[in-house]
Design a protein around this ligand. Structure first.
Ligand SMILES: [Zn+2]
Length: 372
């Protein structure tokens, strides 16, 4: 089955510039995926998400299986049609959120039994059922079902958890129904232990997936350990397939991971921060609730092309957040996603032109004016 194709266009040091072609269009990499947890990128219409430059939206299997349910999404024409996003959709496997949100979890070789955090109803999630649910959702990219190894974990704990995830990866692959232009990614685990990461990468590439994710990072290990782990992991992954770092991160995390060979990212930071008044800009991070913005008639981020920055003052946004008007989170979510996408577009251009290190240094220099 073909039609799902990653093409590496350029390399600059460890940084990679590519295209990912799928049944639902083409994405340029490095790519940041907007998180659309429950079939919506919170506070944004699908048109607005497109305007930010986002090319891929992520959906959460755990949330969608509970509400409205995978069969109902399928009956409504799938997630693309339901949320008016004909573009690429990646769904997670549900494993991470079962462990972080659900109640009364019981994990064994077969899978995870849990109670919904919404109504206490009992559910079972296995590699087979997770893969079937993602099929019903019509995910362009299906993720293998895994256990996100907690941090900290001893070598023995990380090894046992990773090997369970590798057995689940083989079962996820067996349950995956190939379709033209659709793909499935395996997830490298192994904590912060290079030997376990190498073993996990070897196990997954032996099974064979359309792409490879790096999971179990940004769980408390810190940026230095995350970068170290990436450096020892990406050399074990195929050069001609996409690499996705799950749940990361800040703009600085993204540039550091791109330099270490990562192609795809997702994170709730820009959308969640947009709802709480935290702005990500070329000059750094700012809290728009701060009184210093009350009389600031200038745009939040003068170089930004979003609706907020081209049509409104920072003072207006400050006012909206002070009054808890819903337009505040809508405008700032749009801005934050636009900033993240502009950062990635700049990275792609820089990699093509062989100046990625200088681009990252200039971006970091610009962030110094922010609050943190
Ligand atoms: Zn803006």
């Amino acid at each position: 089955m073909s039609g799902f194709q990653f093409t590496l266009l350029a390399q600059d040091g460890g940084a990679r510039r590519g295209t990912l072609t799928t049944a639902h269009g083409t994405a340029q990499t490095p790519a940041f995926m907007a998180v659309g947890t429950a079939g919506t990128v919170k506070a944004m219409t699908a048109d607005q998400v497109r305007t930010t430059g986002s090319q891929i939206v992520l959906g959460n299997t755990y949330h969608l299986m509970l509400r409205p349910g995978a069969d109902r999404v399928a009956a409504l024409g799938g997630l693309h049609r339901m949320m008016d996003w004909p573009g690429i959709i990646l769904t997670d496997s549900g494993g991470y959120q079962v462990m972080s949100l659900a109640k009364l979890r019981k994990l064994d070789e077969i899978g995870v039994t849990f109670r919904s955090h919404i109504d206490g109803s009992s559910h079972h999630l296995t590699p087979e059922s997770s893969t079937a649910i993602q099929h019903k959702l019509d995910a362009t990219i299906t993720m293998a079902f895994d256990e996100c190894t907690p941090f900290p974990a001893t070598y023995e704990e990380a090894a046992a958890s990773m090997r369970l995830s590798m057995r689940w990866a083989a079962r996820s692959r067996a349950a995956f129904v190939p379709r033209e232009g659709y793909g499935q990614f395996g997830i490298v685990q192994g904590g912060i232990y290079p030997a376990l990461r190498a073993e996990s990468a070897a196990a997954l590439t032996a099974i064979g997936f359309e792409g490879y994710a790096i999971g179990g990072l940004a769980v408390g290990e810190g940026q230095a350990a995350m970068f170290d782990t990436l450096e020892t992991t990406t050399p074990h992954l195929p050069i001609d397939q996409p690499r996705y770092l799950m749940g990361v991160g800040t703009p600085d995390d993204l540039l550091g991971a791109i330099a270490r060979g990562v192609d795809m990212f997702d994170c709730v930071i820009p959308t969640r921060a947009g709802r709480t008044g935290r702005a990500y800009t070329a000059r750094g991070v700012f809290n728009l609730r701060n009184a210093r913005f009350a009389d600031d008639a200038s745009p939040l981020d003068p170089g930004c092309a979003c609706t907020l920055c081209t049509r409104h003052s920072a003072a207006y946004l400050h006012h909206l957040f002070r009054c808890e008007e819903m337009l505040g989170p809508m405008l700032l979510t749009g801005h934050n996603l636009t900033y993240y996408q502009a950062l990635m577009r700049g990275a792609r251009d820089a990699i093509e032109q062989g100046r990625f290190a200088a681009y990252a240094a200039a971006a970091r220099d610009g962030w110094r004016q922010g609050d943190d």
